[in-house]
Design a protein around this ligand. Structure first.
Ligand code: SF4
Length: 158
């Protein structure tokens, strides 16, 4: 397990979580190495800055009132740290979402999530806006598949 938990500057995202405005954190250190990855700058765990709880809380305060959901692109490879931040976000009354390239993630993470995207990037199948995609976007509490909300939209290929 990698001990670092570095993030790039967070961004407001409008399309990655349907019906929510998200504050999106891209975590570096992705181990999956998908063919055609558009985010190869996330592969090196040293890129970005340490997203400790104090820094994370500071970002939530900085963007307070501008978003309803915290979104992580990756970070499941450091579950204790990710859970700490998800738990903090939930206590602030925010929704939470994880975009993972894995097929499954541990329950100890998903219990802190409202939404979850799973499945690696496969260029021939496309992302969530493709009918052929291997990726799944679900509401965790109900396990309802929400891919239909992405059809016709452009969004990240994580
Ligand atoms: S999971 Fe996403 S960031 Fe990681 S290698 Fe695959 S496409 Fe790239």
């Amino acid at each position: 397990m990698k001990s670092s938990f570095n993030s790039f500057q967070p961004q407001i995202a409008f399309q990655e979580v349907p019906d929510e405005v998200s504050l999106a954190f891209t975590i570096s250190g992705c181990p999956l190495r998908c063919e055609g990855c558009h985010s190869q700058d996330t592969w090196c765990a040293d890129n970005g800055d340490d997203l400790n709880l104090a820094r994370f809380a500071g970002y939530l305060k900085l963007y307070e009132g501008m978003f309803s959901c915290v979104l992580f692109f990756g970070g499941e490879w450091n579950a204790p740290h990710l859970i700490e931040l998800l738990d903090y976000a939930k206590k602030q009354g925010l929704k939470t979402c994880l975009y993972s390239g894995m097929e499954k993630i541990p329950n100890r993470i998903s219990t802190h999530l409202d939404y979850l995207k799973t499945g690696c990037w496969q260029p021939k199948l496309g992302g969530l806006d493709s009918k052929q995609t291997n990726q799944r976007f679900t509401e965790v509490a109900t396990n309802q598949l929400l891919n239909f909300k992405f059809l016709g939209a452009n969004h990240a290929s994580f």
